[in-house]
Design a protein around this ligand. Structure first.
Ligand code: NAP
Length: 286
């Protein structure tokens, strides 16, 4: 069994991005600039936004956080997004989700200019992605593809089972694996015979959000397993009071695999790199 080490691959890609930023600076071109909109004071959202700003600093990007009160109106937030859309200093814009209940995510997502939509959530980018045209890919599937390519995992003609069909992970993941010439099966909560489906897979990508959902008896010997899930599970023995669990019963599944991602240190760092790659692309597009 071999480890798909997201920390290592992310480190390598970040060094490459940093070198490209240096080159842009040396040739008098613009430094990539990522803006993040944060509404309210949700602890997890603040942590994610801070982590993204830290990643930007690490590779030499500029970053800005536009932090608004949870009571901001939908109209005011949309005006702020329009101003950022029109600001030539900013290349990429993300709105940290979830938003307060009175602000519809769809309307906000669709207000972001698709040219600055480095999360890849705008319907224009989704459409381009499904057609296999240049666009911003959603960070998690993008990062996973980068990792599979790094380790030269054979995809052509392989059967890939994606568990989960969310707009940000499962659906785009299936589309990207299809573009990599896999035969793709997408499973979800209504799928029957989940075990039989998974047993046919050469590659399993689990994005369910249920800790240890994928058991050893669902995985054929030699399969490649990518675990997207991250769920906080209470653990009184941990100093934080919780541990992070993936969607894969790692202890029992890992010995059967040819390759597997750990949690943490697998998909998480690759997701962060996906956003950086999109932001680098954004400055080249602007
Ligand atoms: P989501 O929107 O909740 O989607 C979960 C998917 O799993 C849905 O399509 C759902 O099916 C399916 N599902 C639920 N129960 C199932 C069951 N019993 N059998 C089969 N399928 C089932 O979640 P998400 O945003 O895609 O995220 C999935 C997990 O990945 C979460 O743990 C999340 O925290 C994690 N995540 C990690 C990263 C990272 O960087 N590592 C990034 C994004 C997400 P239905 O559509 O039928 O409801």
């Amino acid at each position: 069994m071999n480890i798909l080490n997201g920390n290592e691959v992310a480190k390598e890609i970040k060094l490459r991005i940093k070198a490209e930023v240096e080159e842009l600076k040396n040739s008098g071109k613009k430094t990539p600039h990522l803006a993040a909109i944060l509404v309210g004071t949700d602890g997890a959202s603040m942590t994610y936004v801070n982590a993204k700003a830290k990643d930007c600093a690490e590779v030499g990007f500029q970053s800005s956080v536009f932090h608004f009160d949870a009571n901001i109106t939908k109209e005011a937030l949309i005006q702020e997004i329009i101003q950022i859309n029109n600001n030539p200093e900013i290349d990429g814009l993300i709105v940290q989700l979830p938003l307060p209940k009175h602000i519809p995510e769809k309307e906000v997502t669709e207000t972001i200019s698709f040219k600055k939509d480095v999360d890849g959530f705008h319907p224009m980018n989704v459409g381009y992605m499904f057609k296999g045209l240049p666009c911003y890919l959603p960070a998690t599937p993008y990062g996973i593809v980068q990792m599979l390519e790094h380790y030269k995992i054979e995809t052509s003609g392989k059967h890939c089972v994606v568990i989960g069909r969310s707009d940000i992970v499962g659906k785009p993941m299936g589309a990207l694996m299809l573009q990599k010439n896999c035969t793709v099966t997408t499973c979800h909560s209504k799928t029957q015979n989940m075990k039989e489906m998974c047993l046919q897979a050469d590659i399993i990508i689990a994005a369910v959000g249920i800790p240890e959902f994928l058991k050893a008896d669902m995985v054929k010997a030699g399969a490649v397993v990518v675990d997207v899930g991250i769920t906080r599970v209470e653990d009184p023995n941990s100093s934080k009071g919780y541990v992070l669990k993936g969607d894969v019963d790692y202890k029992n599944v890992a010995p059967k695999c040819s390759w597997i991602t750990p949690v943490p240190g697998g998909v998480g760092p690759m997701t962060r790199v996906g956003l950086l790659l999109n932001t680098l692309q954004a400055v080249q597009n602007s």
